[in-house]
Design a protein around this ligand. Structure first.
Ligand code: GDP
Ligand code: IMO
Ligand code: MG
Length: 432
């Protein structure tokens, strides 16, 4: 089996990092194909916590080659910082990390553009502020996009930034509307100096990763694709416009890595036993029930605060309508149900089995966020369990109510649960 994809089926933070880590030693390469440092993947191994934003989770496994594909948008200071942090933890990446020369580069003016766009009251998405959207806009717009390979040619980079930066300064000044006092103007030569410094640190890692992946598959190597974000944040199929700017579904693999989709033969859909969302946008099963409510309890027990921005994540019940929709789009073969332990102690649990839209019962996910906004969840209620389940290692260690909950989730989604996670550590895992 050449290619497997691990993809989140909700709004991100489904604990994909833990699943990628668990699978890590059964693969030769781990590849990121979308997003950038907006992702935050936490992996806990033997009590030691690793937080990765830009680098694939594979980097913490020895003998795995980690690849940052062409579909990723790269912020060089973050790349350097993460490599440095791992070196401090004793992880040497000199042979284990490859960065696509086709990946687009995030510059400080991308962050500034995003800050301006997000500081108004209208049209805010609630982004991570990492320059992701503006960088992808430049990529698709073609005039201002700069790729990693271009960083390595000093005269060329200076010339390009000499054209781009003055234009960006004018654009932002025109766009600053009420923020002119805080607006940053950029000096092309200073940006070039800074980025040429990073370029020398990036240079040893840069390669044509599409060819590398194609050769790896020919040589019988096994490749794991690690999606960033979640399927409901996919730019095409997610809750547009409250999405990220890349294809987080496995459909992004071909474009974002250069490896044809036919090589991806297994898709693992990762879900939380409940739902979370960071940023704005509709969320029908959200539990906005105050400081003593269930939403706050899930947030506290599940430590539901963003890895990247520290923002409290919005929490709610499991939404089977949404997951059925994304599982079909992803072509998921199985699901892994994460953070089940967080639900321990709740007297009863709810599962959203349909939506009510103006009195009509809907079992299909609506095609846009404006319609989703008007959907009310239709719940089925199941009994909870009181026991701490963090030490469970087999299904039979779980209370009957927890097994029943899992069975119902699996039945509603229409896929088997291959893994159940009962705690952040690699060991706190039930393989079904
Ligand atoms: P990702 O972005 O999909 O990789 O997920 P994040 O790392 O952003 O968020 C998942 C969080 O849940 C991380 O802090 C994990 O350490 C933690 N985690 C993973 N699995 C479990 C679990 O089964 N139970 C609990 N309580 N925490 C978990
Ligand atoms: P991981 O990989 C959860 C959300 C942001 C915002 C929207 C757009 O850890 O699952 P962006 O900065 O991408 O333009 O923001 O997408 N978002 C995430 N939410 N997990 C993520 O990544 C996310 N990456 C982006 O909160 O709502
Ligand atoms: Mg995350």
């Amino acid at each position: 089996m050449a290619g497997t994809c691990v993809v989140g089926l909700q709004w991100g933070d489904e604990a994909k990092g833990k699943i990628v880590d668990l699978l890590g030693d059964t693969f030769d390469l781990v590849v990121r194909y979308n997003g950038g440092a907006n992702a935050g993947h936490t992996v806990v191994v033997g009590g030691k916590t690793f937080k990765l934003s830009l680098l694939p989770t594979g980097v913490i496994r020895p003998n795995v080659t980690s690849v940052i594909g062409n579909g990723v948008v790269v912020y060089p200071p973050r790349f350097v910082e993460e490599v440095g942090q791992l070196a401090k933890a004793g992880i040497d990446l000199s042979n284990g990390l490859v960065l696509s020369d086709h990946a687009h580069v995030i510059f400080p003016y991308h962050m500034e553009e995003e800050r301006l766009a997000e500081s108004g009251t209208e049209g805010k998405i609630g982004t991570t502020g990492r320059g992701i959207g503006p960088c992808y806009q430049d990529k698709v717009g073609r005039r201002f996009g700069v790729r990693v390979g271009e960083l390595l040619r000093p005269d060329h980079l200076r010339e390009r930034l000499g054209q781009i930066v003055p234009f960006k300064n004018r654009l932002m000044a025109a766009f600053a509307n009420g923020h002119a006092d805080t607006l940053k103007a950029f000096d092309p030569a200073a940006v070039a100096d800074e980025y040429l410094g990073y370029a020398e640190q990036l240079r040893p890692y840069v390669a044509d990763t599409s060819r590398l992946l194609q050769d790896a598959v020919k040589a019988g190597k096994r490749v794991l694709f690690e999606a960033a974000q979640g399927s409901l944040l996919d730019v095409d199929h997610g809750t547009y416009p409250y999405v990220t700017s890349s294809s987080s579904l496995p459909s992004g693999i071909w474009g974002g890595s250069g490896l044809p989709a036919k090589h991806v033969t297994r898709v693992i859909g990762v879900v939380k036993a409940y739902t979370t969302r960071v940023g704005r946008g509709p969320f029908p099963t959200e539990l906005d029930d105050g400081p003593d409510g269930t939403g706050e309890r899930i947030r506290r027990v599940g430590r539901e605060y963003g890895t990247v921005t520290g923002r409290p994540r919005r929490c709610g019940w499991f939404d089977a309508v949404a997951v059925r929709y994304t599982a079909a789009l992803a072509g998921a073969d199985e699901i892994t149900v994460m953070l089940l332990d967080v639900l321990s102690g709740l007297p009863e649990l709810r599962l959203c089995v349909a939506y009510d839209l103006d009195g009509d019962r809907r079992t299909h996910f609506p095609s846009d966020a404006y319609e989703l906004e008007r959907c009310k969840p239709v719940y089925e209620t199941l009994p909870g369990w009181g026991e701490d389940i963090t030490a469970a290692r087999t299904l039979s260690d779980l209370p009957a109510a927890a097994r029943r909950y899992l069975d119902r989730v699996s039945e509603l989604v229409g896929l088997p649960a291959a893994v159940v996670s009962v705690g952040p550590d690699r060991e706190q895992t039930i393989r079904v």
